[in-house]
Design a protein around this ligand. Structure first.
Ligand code: COA
Length: 164
């Protein structure tokens, strides 16, 4: 079992230059621990799901780094006309410090430069983190009642990019 060391920092001041999005380093133990710390048991990716996910070349795991510290990940699935955001997670100690919004903005900038027309995502209606998507210009496309196993609704969101 992977244990995260508590390395919570003060994020006061300017630190945007220290934030990077990098390719996956194949450290599956770290990634699976992040998933378990971020999602409930039925939603977190397990070892077998991760192996299947990685076997498909249209899927990508990106690492979110603060200086040299891995603080989260963004999981994407590419199709010809859109990118689907499979999951977005930041280690518990680093949440609610505006990092998520900054990484999402960096991702959107990168996808726009790649000429991707749109990114879609879905989130539990009771997840207060839905605000991070709203703040980055995602809009609601559909609300599906009882989508999740426990009866919660899902919000389907999209961010469309203006052509370059
Ligand atoms: C979603 C997640 C990546 C957001 O990262 P973050 O660094 O915490 O987000 P930010 O600090 O940039 O917050 C952005 C906005 O969302 C709100 N928000 C984010 N997470 C929140 C939470 N758990 N509770 C209340 N508000 C939250 C913030 O208040 C902020 O809005 P504000 O600036 O108006 O206050 C992170 O909370 C996380 O890993 N959550 C667990 C996994 C998850 O639910 N992922 C989303 C579905 S895939």
């Amino acid at each position: 079992m992977y244990l995260f060391i508590n390395m919570s920092h003060s994020f006061q001041g300017t630190y945007a230059a220290m934030l990077t999005i990098e390719d996956y380093d194949q450290d599956d133990s770290w990634f699976l621990a992040l998933e378990r710390s971020s999602f409930n048991e039925s939603d977190a990716m397990d070892e077998m799901e991760l192996a299947e996910f990685k076997a498909d070349p249209s899927n990508h795991i990106l690492l979110l780094k603060y200086q040299d510290i891995k603080v989260g990940s963004i999981v994407l699935s590419y199709s010809p006309n859109e990118v689907y955001l499979e999951s977005f997670a930041i280690l518990p100690d680093y949440r609610s410090k505006s990092l998520g919004g900054k990484y999402l903005a960096m991702l959107l900038d990168r996808l726009k430069r790649e000429s991707i027309p749109k990114i879609t995502a879905h989130v539990r209606n009771d997840n207060p983190a839905k605000r991070v998507y709203e703040k980055q210009g995602f809009s609601l496309v559909n609300r599906v009642p009882g989508f999740y196993n426990d009866g919660e609704d899902a919000l389907f969101l999209v961010h469309e990019f203006a052509p370059n």
